[in-house]
Design a protein around this ligand. Sequence first.
Ligand SMILES: [Fe+2]
Ligand SMILES: [Fe+2]
Length: 474
Amino acid sequence: MAINYSEKIPNNVDLSSNQTLKRALEHWQPEFLKWWSEMGPENSKNMDVYLRTAISVETNGWAHFDYVKMQDYRWGIFLAPMDAGRKIGFGAHKGEEPWQEVPGEYRSALRRIIVTQGDTEPASVEQQRHLGLTCPSLYDLRNIYQVNIEEGRHLWAMVYLLHAHFGRDGREEGEALLERRSGDADNPRILTAFNEKTPDWLSYFMFTFNTDRDGKYQLAALTESAFDPLARTCKFMLTEEAHHMFVGESGISRIVQRTCEVMNQHKTDDVARLRSLGVIDLPTLQRYLNFHFSVTSDLYGSEISSNAASSYTNGLKGRFEETKIADDHTLEGSEYAYLDIVDDKVVEKRAQAITALNERLRDDWTVDVQSGIGRWNRVPEKAGIPFKFTLPHKGFNRKIGLFAGHHVSPDGHLLSEAEWTHKHNNWLPSAEDRLFIHSLMGRVIEPGKFANWIAPPARGINSQPVDFEYVRFN
Ligand SMILES: [Fe+2]
Ligand SMILES: [Fe+2]
């Protein structure tokens, strides 16, 4: 499964044995590069960045770190190795051989799943494209480029599947993936969260913490797919995704640490005073968390979904860690709890588990988000500061599903329109908060130096020192 870098498109799928596919992808490659130069990280072309590149898909030693000129990065196609003994693990086809080709009856459903996943990858690159201009350090600049490069590679992963298995429709979808633009009024990205702005580094860290983690859960559900090439491609994407979430979690943790240091140094928790000292007060961080958590929650879709049920029954998308769950993997007769609104109250209901799979995946993700927040909370705790980040109620600020059109407070109470109008600025970033955060964004590019609002990381990348020259400007 070594990756062949001598070819025009690095790959471990023996691309040269299929000349038609190879030609189609070589035709898409310059289109991708054109998109990258228009919509990828601004002014990054000539920078030499200390990046990791995949050199194998084995768990040990898959990555190689070295300086790469951004415009010379080699995006490629990497699938995790085939598992010869693998059987379909759930749904109506449970126990059968996984599919190496797309069954005709599931063609359009699978195509939609792959296109929807594929669309998020370039979308996040577009959302983040200006952030390099206001990086808080060289270390952070290197990390955002690493994430962007890999999201670009995730687009390659999905386009490979489209080209290899969906013929002409697949090639057209591959082109459309380069044509949509995040936030564009006429031709937006498919999912709402990927049309939001990521205007500053606080939003960016919150995005990678919450939304890249959604990516982890979606990909994990797809690694269970009966369509084996999809399962294998998502499996390798997951190894890259871990770093994206690390960037978000450690980024916020370092912001909290810096704020706590200044709070103790000046013996104050006064918001205006802290802001004048150039750090981000903890309640503002909580509001950003509320926003990103709720917007990302919507990505899982409606609590009750017949679409999710048929994806499962047909073997297209499993549950998180499907094979580790001890049940019949068909969900016949089992139930799952979800929340609904009845007579102006939030009540718990039960549905057939098979219809509640979106809710279940959202719950799995929420548990993971919650444990990250637990790790953030150790920072003020250690500093002796009585503050705890909490997750808002799952109905808070939702635009999709049973809570859409209702107003729910972070502690789970249904509110009138007037109450919401009156109070929502306590719970979501206000225009003033956003202006303040914007005012902090400068550009720090001296090795080892960090913006005032964020602490240095505990260690550098790939055992390099924190003050390593992670990016060289040319
Ligand atoms: Fe991705
Ligand atoms: Fe990611």
